[in-house]
Design a protein around this ligand. Structure first.
Ligand code: MN
Length: 284
C-alpha cells in the first residue's frame, strides 16, 4: 500500500476583496499550476458586519467556475442571466462562468456570523467560451453521510468512497471530475476516502487538528496540505477536526490569470478585457 505524502503546506493570507470583505486567501495567485485544476480558495468568517457588509457588488468572471459553500449566514446572488439566489447555511452555489458572467454577491444580513468558502475551479480550454450556467443547491439536496466511528461527510461534488460506503455528491462535473468533501471527524475518528490516482488532492483543516498517516505532526486549523499524486489518504483526529478534501484531475494547460479572467493565453485575456469594456463579455 502506498500512502500519499505531503508535498507542501500553505498558511492562508489575510486579505480583502470585493468592496472590502475581510477574508483569508488559503491559496491562489502566483504559481497556480501547483493546484491545477483549482485556482483559488478563500475562507471568510466573521461576526463583525464591518468585515463583510460591503459584499461583492457587480463584477465579471470568465473562463472558470466558482463554488461557494456557506457554513453560516446568508448571501444573495444576482446575475446578468436574471438568476437570483439566496445562499444560506449549508448551501452551495455552483456557477459556471465559462464565456462570461456578471454578478453580485451581497450579504443578506446586517449582523451575526458570515462564514464559508469560495473555491475556483478551472475549465478546460474547450469549455472556457462555452455557455454560462448557475445552480443553487440547498442543504437538503447535498448528501450528508455518517460513516462508522461517527465521521460525517458532506458530499458536495464527485463520489464519496469510504468505509464500504459509496455516495454520489450533489454535483458531477466532466473533465476535471472534482471531488469536494467536508469531513467532520469526532475525537478519535478516522476516515480513508478514496481518491483517484493522478488527481490533485488538497486538504484544508478549518477546525481542530488533523493527523495524516505517514506525516509526523498533527496539522492545526488554518493549514492547507498539497499531497503527492499516487496512493491512499488516511486521516484521523485525536481531538476532532473539520477538513475540506478537494481533489480533481489536473488540466495540464497553460494558465493565464488577470483578476476575474482565467484563460490560456495573454491574447485571450486581452480579448476578455475588450469584451468586458464593450459590454459583450456575456454574449455567446
Ligand atoms: Mn464572483
Amino acid at each position: 500500500m502506498t500512502l500519499r505524502t505531503v508535498l507542501d503546506t500553505h498558511i492562508g493570507q489575510a486579505t480583502s476583496d470585493g468592496a472590502g470583505v475581510r477574508l483569508t486567501r488559503v491559496f491562489g495567485g502566483p504559481g497556480p499550476e501547483r493546484f491545477d485544476p483549482f485556482l483559488m480558495l478563500d475562507e471568510f468568517g466573521s461576526d463583525n458586519p464591518d468585515e463583510y457588509i460591503a459584499g461583492f457588488p457587480a463584477h465579471p468572471h470568465r473562463g472558470f467556475e466558482t463554488v461557494t459553500y456557506m457554513l453560516e449566514g446568508r448571501m444573495r446572488h444576482e446575475d446578468h442571466m436574471g438568476n437570483v439566489g439566496l445562499l444560506g447555511a449549508g448551501g452551495v452555489q455552483w456557477m459556471t462562468a465559462a464565456r462570461g458572467v456578471i454578478h453580485s454577491e451581497m450579504p443578506e444580513q446586517e449582523e451575526g456570523v458570515m462564514r464559508g468558502f469560495q473555491l475556483w475551479l478551472n475549465l478546460p480550454a474547450k469549455a472556457k467560451l462555452g455557455p454560462a450556467g448557475y445552480r443553487d443547491i440547498p442543504p437538503a439536496e447535498i448528501p450528508r453521510v455518517r460513516l462508522e466511528g461517527g465521521v460525517e461527510v458532506v458530499v458536495i461534488a464527485g463520489q464519496l468512497r469510504a468505509s464500504g460506503v459509496e455516495q454520489a455528491g450533489a454535483v458531477q462535473r466532466p473533465d476535471t471530475e472534482p471531488l469536494y468533501l467536508d469531513l467532520h471527524l469526532p475525537a478519535g475518528g478516522a476516515v480513508a476516502p478514496a481518491v483517484a490516482d493522478g488527481h490533485r488532492v488538497l486538504l484544508y483543516v478549518y477546525e481542530g487538528s488533523l493527523s495524516l498517516e505517514g506525516h509526523p505532526q498533527p496539522v492545526p486549523a488554518g493549514r492547507l496540505l498539497r499531497l503527492s499524486e499516487q496512493g491512499e489518504v488516511r486521516l484521523g483526529s485525536e481531538a476532532g477536526a473539520k477538513v475540506l478534501l478537494i481533489a480533481g484531475r489536473p488540466l495540464g494547460e497553460p494558465i493565464m490569470q488577470y483578476g476575474p479572467f482565467v484563460m490560456n493565453s495573454r491574447e485571450e485575456i486581452e480579448q476578455a478585457m475588450r469584451d468586458f469594456r464593450a459590454g459583450t463579455l456575456t454574449e455567446g
